[in-house]
Ligand binder design. Structure first.
Ligand SMILES: [Zn+2]
Length: 56
């Protein structure tokens, strides 16, 4: 497993979601996300709701 990273849509930089899950299974939708809002993005300070396809 690995820490899931997404791309901040504001700064276009990778940020850690704080979630530790198998990346491929999240991307492919095999794992349903239940807490997929990143609050206080470390890059821009906003909240981002993300989905499996946003995982980088
Ligand atoms: Zn951001």
């Amino acid at each position: 497993m690995a820490m899931l990273m997404i791309l901040c849509p504001v700064k276009k930089k990778p940020v850690a979601t704080g979630m530790d899950m198998p990346i491929e299974q999240v991307r492919s939708g095999q794992i349903q996300l239940t807490n997929n809002t990143l609050a206080n993005c470390p890059e821009c300070g906003q909240n981002h709701t993300w989905s499996g396809k946003d995982v980088i």
